[in-house]
Design a protein around this ligand. Structure first.
Ligand code: IPM
Ligand code: MG
Length: 368
């Protein structure tokens, strides 16, 4: 049976285009050996779109995404656009509106510390010995990122007051809880919910709701941590986590924390899932979580693995191509085991070799 899929490809800024090129080469290799066809629809987003058409999220980009089976996203932002009004900048003008527009509420960030990469982790070797695997489930369309009111006012006395509002509806907590518990059922059956229930009203409801939803998953254990303690436990005992579920802002912070402990931000893929399509699949946006890395953009040395693994997540969650997703993931693991490293994960360990973006892409393709 031949299958054809439409993918919206939004490389964005900084290292986005160079790592995207490697992910597409990997997908092309899979397609060339099967009856699968990927139709890529390249569109502008972020700073690249501002420069070309004056707007971070052009209408045409949204239309293409709407007409596609999934979005493969690079990354947006950079110093060049930081002086623009906040709502016109690449992050607040493009990435956040896309998340909201498509209702991408569930952000899955799998964080595997490969045993061969433990020497790239900045924390003590005995703490990461043998590697670890923590899945962050971050709520992505609520909380302080989107809550209203948001304002900046100059007061009569000349002082300046700024307001961001943290808002959650119980229904939003319930749906992300189900995502976390369902994911845990396929893993080691343990969920750690992270909140600040000793201070925030939001977190009290968050915790109550997690406890309530947990009753529907008797095979999964649930633990709670305050966010400050969670940040510490991730560093002290990363292996004690299985699935970590938390609200938008805490998830933003903790997922970078967890990624770095695992070796590098350049390894961290993510899936932002919206409405289920009914057949166990979701419409979603798939992107590396590491950002645009302006300091090394254009040099061809960025780590393309997060982008390649994001493409694997796209195959799994949006297209139902589980076998092909596993093929990519195994190929990446082989490449890591073979000792090839981009600069971000190169630690001079015996048997390793520093290579560039394209060489990693070539190696993954060869390992497929
Ligand atoms: C992420 C990023 C974004 C976020 C930025 C670019 C708006 O840091 O995906 O983690 O804060 O969500
Ligand atoms: Mg972030």
């Amino acid at each position: 049976m031949s299958r054809s899929f439409n993918l919206a490809v939004l490389p964005g800024d900084g290292i986005g285009p160079e790592v995207m090129a490697e992910a597409l080469r990997v997908l092309d290799t899979l397609a060339s050996r099967s009856s699968i066809t990927f139709n890529y629809h390249h569109e502008l987003v972020g700073g690249a779109a501002i420069d070309a058409v004056g707007k971070a999220l052009p209408e045409k980009t949204i239309k293409t995404c709407e007409a596609s089976d999934a979005i493969l996203f690079g990354s947006v932002g950079g110093p060049k656009w930081e002086k623009l009004p906040p709502n016109e900048q690449p992050e607040r003008g493009a990435l956040l509106p896309i998340r909201k527009h498509f209702g991408l509420f569930a952000n899955l960030r799998p964080g595997i510390c490969y045993p061969a990469l433990t020497s790239s982790s900045p924390i003590r070797p005995d703490l990461v010995e043998g590697g670890f695997d923590v899945l962050c489930v971050r709520e992505l369309t609520g909380g302080m990122y989107f809550g209203q009111p948001k304002s900046r006012t100059t007061l009569p006395d000349g002082d300046i007051e700024v307001i961001d509002t943290m808002v959650y509806k119980k229904s939003e907590i319930v749906r992300i809880a189900h995502v976390a518990f369902k994911a845990a059922q396929l893993r080691r059956k343990h969920v750690t919910s992270v909140d600040k229930a000793n201070v925030l009203t939001n977190s009290v409801l968050w915790r109550e709701t997690m406890i309530e939803v947990a009753k529907e998953y008797p095979d999964v254990t649930l633990a709670h941590l305050y966010v400050d303690n969670a940040a510490m436990q991730l560093i002290k005992a990363p292996r004690s986590f299985d699935v970590l579920v938390t609200e938008n802002l805490f998830g933003d912070i903790l997922s970078d924390d967890r990624a770095m402990i695992a070796g590098s931000l350049g390894m961290l893929a993510s899936a932002s899932l919206g409405k289920p399509k009914g057949d166990g699949l979701y419409f979603g946006l798939f992107e590396p979580s590491g950002g645009t890395a302006p300091d090394i953009a254009g040099m061809g040395i960025a780590n393309p693995i997060a982008q390649i693994l994001s493409a694997a997540l796209l195959l799994r969650f949006a297209l139902g191509l589980e076998k092909e997703a596993v093929q990519i993931e195994s190929a990446v693991k082989k490449v890591i085991d073979s000792g090839l490293r981009t600069g971000d994960i190169f630690s001079n360990a015996p048997g390793t070799k520093k290579v560039n973006t394209k060489e990693i892409g070539d190696a993954v393709i060869a390992a497929l």
